[in-house]
Write a protein that binds this ligand. Structure first.
Ligand SMILES: NC(=O)C1=CN([C@@H]2O[C@H](COP(=O)(O)OP(=O)(O)OC[C@H]3O[C@@H](n4cnc5c(N)ncnc54)[C@H](OP(=O)(O)O)[C@@H]3O)[C@@H](O)[C@H]2O)C=CC1
Ligand SMILES: N[C@@H](CC=O)C(=O)O
Length: 335
C-alpha cells in the first residue's frame, strides 16, 4: 500500500488527487496499485492528515467549493508525514530558480527520511539534481521527475527507457505551454494580456508567470534536456534565453505575411567540446512540423543515432495533464 504525502496542493496537486480519486479501482485492477493519501501539506488550503487515509473526494469537494481543508483531518506538517506516515512524497510546490526553496528542502528531507519522491518542481532539478540523485541512491529510494518537462507527455522516461541504447545528438522543440498558448491566441486576435490571463485561469502558467513569458521556464527545461538527455552539466544561466514578452500583434502579423508562425523554440545540441542550449522565438514556415503545434501543446524532436528523428507531441501544461506525470512516476515505483 502506497502511503502518499502531497506537498503543494495547487493546480498540479489537485490534478493528481482528481486522478487518484477517479481511477482508484482501475489502478488497483490494472496495476495492483493501492494507496492512501495520508496527508496534504499546503499553506493556502491547510495541512491535514489521517494515518488511515484522507477522504480524497471530500478534499476535492472543499477545493471546488473554495473552502479550506481544515477539519478534514488532523493538523499536520511535513515532519508528521516523514515519521513513517508516508512512503512517497509527491512534491508540487512552486518552482523557484533562485534557491529552489521550499521544494529543495522538502525533497532533501523526504529522501533523507527514506521516502521516495515524485516531483514536478523544476527548481530542485535545476539547482541540485546530482545531489538529490546521490541522496536517493544512498537511501535506497527514487527521485522521479517526469513532470518537469512536457507535463504528463512522456519525455524523461521515454528517453531513459524507450530510447535506451540510442545516443541523443540534439533535442529541439516547444517546451512551454503558456507561451505557445499565448502566441496561438494572439494569432487568433487576442491581446497579450488577455491571453496570459486565460493561460493562468487554465492552470498552465507558473505561480509567477514572468518565468513563462521571459523564457526562464523554457530555459530550465533546456537545462534539464542538456543534463538528462545529453549528459552535459549546464546551469540555467548557461542557456541563451529570450522570451516572448516583447512580441506584439505587429510581430505576429509580420511573420504571417511571410507565411510563417512565431514559436518559442528550445534547442540543445552538441557543439565542439560542449553543448549549446538556446531558447528564443523563431519564425517557422507553416510547412515546419512545429508550426502546427498550437495552444498548450508541446513537442520535442530527439535526433538520435539509431532511429534518426523521434518526435513526441502532447500537452505541456495543465492540472490533470501534470497530475498524470506524478501518477506515471508513482506507477513506476509500484513496478
Ligand atoms: N501547472 C502546470 O501545468 C505545471 C506545473 N509544473 C510545476 O509543478 C509545480 C506546481 O505547479 P502548480 O500546481 O501549477 O502551482 P500552484 O501555484 O498552483 O500550486 C503550488 C501550491 O504549493 C503551495 N505551497 C507554497 N509553498 C509551500 C510550502 N512551503 N509547503 C507546501 N505547499 C506550499 C502553494 O500555496 P500558496 O498559494 O499559499 O503559496 C500552492 O497551493 C511547480 O513547481 C510548477 O513549476 C510542472 C509542469 C506543469
Ligand atoms: N508553466 C509551464 C508549466 C509546465 O511546465 C508551462 O506553461 O509550460
Amino acid at each position: 500500500m502506497w502511503k502518499i504525502g502531497l506537498v503543494g496542493c495547487g493546480n498540479v496537486g489537485l490534478g493528481l488527487l482528481r486522478i487518484l480519486e477517479a481511477k482508484r479501482g482501475d489502478l488497483e485492477n490494472r496495476y495492483g496499485f493501492t494507496y492512501a493519501v495520508t496527508g496534504v501539506v499546503d499553506p493556502f488550503r491547510g495541512s491535514v492528515g489521517d494515518e488511515r487515509g484522507l477522504d480524497v473526494a471530500a478534499l476535492l469537494a472543499a477545493a471546488d467549493g473554495g473552502k479550506s481543508f481544515r477539519g478534514l483531518g488532523d493538523p499536520i506538517d511535513l515532519d508528521w508525514l516523514l515519521e513513517g506516515r508516508a512512503n512517497v512524497i509527491a512534491e508540487a510546490t512552486p518552482t523557484n530558480l533562485v534557491d529552489a526553496m521550499p521544494g529543495l528542502d522538502h525533497i532533501r528531507r523526504a529522501l533523507a527520511a527514506g521516502c521516495h519522491v515524485v516531483s514536478t518542481n523544476k527548481g530542485p532539478v535545476s539547482l541540485a539534481l546530482p545531489e538529490l540523485q546521490a541522496l536517493a541512491r544512498e537511501r535506497g529510494v527514487q527521485y522521479r521527475i517526469e513532470g518537469v518537462l512536457l507535463s504528463g507527455t512522456p519525455a524523461i522516461n521515454l528517453a531513459g527507457e524507450a530510447l535506451a541504447g540510442c545516443d541523443i545528438l540534439s533535442v529541439q522543440g516547444i517546451v512551454n505551454g503558456t507561451t505557445n498558448f499565448i502566441l496561438t491566441r494572439m494569432e487568433e486576435g487576442a491581446d497579450y494580456g488577455a491571453a496570459l490571463a486565460e493561460a493562468q485561469a487554465l492552470g498552465y502558467a507558473e505561480t509567477d508567470p514572468t518565468a513563462d513569458v521571459e523564457g526562464w521556464d523554457a530555459a530550465v527545461k533546456a537545462q534539464v534536456m542538456a543534463n538528462v538527455f545529453l549528459g552535459q552539466s549546464l546551469a540555467v544561466d548557461d542557456v541563451e534565453r529570450l522570451g516572448i514578452s516583447h512580441l506584439t500583434g505587429a510581430d505576429i502579423d509580420a511573420a504571417r505575411a511571410k507565411g510563417c508562425r512565431l514559436k518559442l523554440i528550445a534547442e540543445v545540441e552538441r557543439s565542439g567540446e560542449g553543448v549549446r542550449a538556446t531558447v528564443a522565438p523563431r519564425e517557422l514556415p507553416l510547412s515546419h512540423p512545429l508550426a502546427g503545434v498550437s495552444g498548450a501543446i508541446n513537442a520535442l524532436t530527439f535526433r538520435t543515432d539509431h532511429l534518426g528523428d523521434v518526435t513526441i507531441v502532447g500537452p505541456g501544461a495543465g492540472r490533470v495533464e501534470t497530475g498524470q506525470a506524478l501518477l506515471v512516476d508513482l506507477l513506476a515505483l509500484n513496478r
